[in-house]
Design a protein. Structure first.
Length: 432
């Protein structure tokens, strides 16, 4: 921890010093040309001036008037061009330096911030995924995060549920500590290379991951949020005997982008996706890290009661271009995943006998319009009353899609533990 802090302080000192020199250089360049009373007076040396006689016919002219010489104007143009080119070179150099420094810091932080009790498993073709399990006992609870999020989103929930049974969270391909997926690395990718970050590939990766980690696949309790909820429904339909209970947190339905005059489509692709694209670019050139160092950007979890390492990992990932790239891809391909899910459920519907709980925040996003949050409630109603009428609905008043996993951690944990106890009772009854 001390070494990591020393590296960060050294990086901060170097960055501020470099930017300070660059800023002072630009200030000096900005004073290359000073024009006063229509005369050119450069800061160094002197320029030959010519004085012209006034037009005798102009009665308003009295005395002599100074005018710029041709030499002075040409020198202005040359220095102005030089000044612009110097600024451009400084910006390019600054971006390059910040990018290199950010890359070096990410490599150092990767080892220090990775949980010691988390493990990597090869899911095929040298592709390693990160799995973090806590607790003991059966049934096993599997936690699948929202789009663009990692296992850390479940930190408070996992801590509580681990007191009762074994609970595993993981990083999907390209997120957090997991390797990025390579196109055409498997038969599945070769058949459908456009959805490398789609639900089919995610479910296939998870199945391989659990098998490689020798996690008991009997009577799983699958907890999925948003993208993870799509995966959960797909996994439950594909592997029905394995999933004993399905818990969906803030799930999205198959046609959420087309509901209410496409208000969701406008929000998703005109607001949410562009904000992620911006975050990806800023992280790639190192500006995100500098913003943290100069206190121009707030810590993502500064108001949440979570472990300090969780907060540091959140900052680390916001500075990681690779993570941000996968985060963007998951949001862009979410609708394609929903379409695939809809097609698959028409052939292999989830049995009505499967216990299912839908947990939803009162509003999708606090900063979104009231119209969109009202449409969000319609989506949840559609899911619980029409698509899966056997499901039980639980509403959480606190938080939205960004912080329900912290503010609503107690409620979510309680219903997961209830599902664990329910499954254990059913196993006892079957045994008797």
């Amino acid at each position: 921890m001390t070494a990591a802090c020393s590296n960060l302080l050294a990086y901060l000192q170097y960055t501020i010093t470099y930017l300070g020199h660059t800023f002072r250089s630009l200030i000096k360049l900005s004073h290359v040309n000073i024009i006063d009373n229509d005369l050119c007076f450069p800061p160094f040396g002197s320029v030959k001036l010519t004085l012209s006689q006034p037009d005798p016919g102009d009665m308003n002219m009295k005395g002599f008037t100074g005018h710029r010489s041709v030499d002075c104007v040409q020198k202005d143009v040359k220095k102005s061009s030089s000044w612009t080119w110097t600024i451009f070179k400084s910006l390019v150099l600054s971006s390059f330096v910040l990018t290199v420094l950010n890359y070096g810091s990410l490599r150092q932080e990767y080892v220090g911030l990775r949980p010691a009790d988390g493990k990597f498993y090869d899911v095929g073709f040298g592709h390693n995924l990160f799995l973090y399990c806590k607790g003991h006992g059966k049934p096993t609870v599997v936690l699948d995060a929202p789009a663009g999020e990692t296992f850390d989103i479940w930190t408070l929930i996992q801590q509580e549920v681990a007191k009762h049974t074994k609970v595993c969270a993981y990083d999907r391909s390209g997120l957090g500590f997991s390797d990025r997926s390579y196109r055409n690395a498997s038969a599945l990718n070769a058949a459908n290379s456009s959805v490398v970050h789609g639900t089919e590939k995610m479910v296939d990766d998870l199945r391989r991951l659990l098998s490689a980690a020798r996690v008991s696949l009997k009577s799983l309790i699958y907890v999925g949020a948003e993208m993870g909820a799509i995966n959960g429904r797909y996994y439950a339909s594909l592997n029905f005997p394995e999933v004993a209970n399905l818990i969906l947190v803030n799930p999205l339905t198959e046609h959420f982008l087309s509901i209410d005059e496409r208000i969701w489509e406008s929000f998703w692709y005109s607001h949410l996706v562009p904000s992620i694209q911006k975050a990806q670019i800023l992280s790639a050139v190192g500006f995100t890290r500098v913003s943290y160092k100069l206190y121009l950007k707030k810590d993502p979890l500064e108001n949440e009661k979570v472990d300090e390492f969780v907060k540091l990992r959140k900052k680390y990932l916001s500075c990681s271009p690779g993570h941000q790239s996968t985060r963007l891809e998951e949001h862009l391909l979410l609708n394609a995943s929903l379409i695939r899910l809809k097609q698959f459920l028409l052939q292999e519907p989830i049995p009505d006998t499967m216990p299912m709980t839908v947990i939803a925040s009162k509003q999708f996003e606090a900063r979104a319009s009231q119209t969109l949050n009202q449409a969000w409630q319609k989506l949840i109603t559609e899911l619980t009353e029409e698509i899966h009428p056997q499901s039980r609905r639980v509403d959480i008043k606190e938080g939205d899609r960004t912080d329900i996993y912290y503010k609503g951690a107690g409620t979510i944990s309680k219903h997961i533990i209830q599902a664990v106890n329910q499954q254990r009772k059913s196993q006892v009854l079957k045994g008797s």
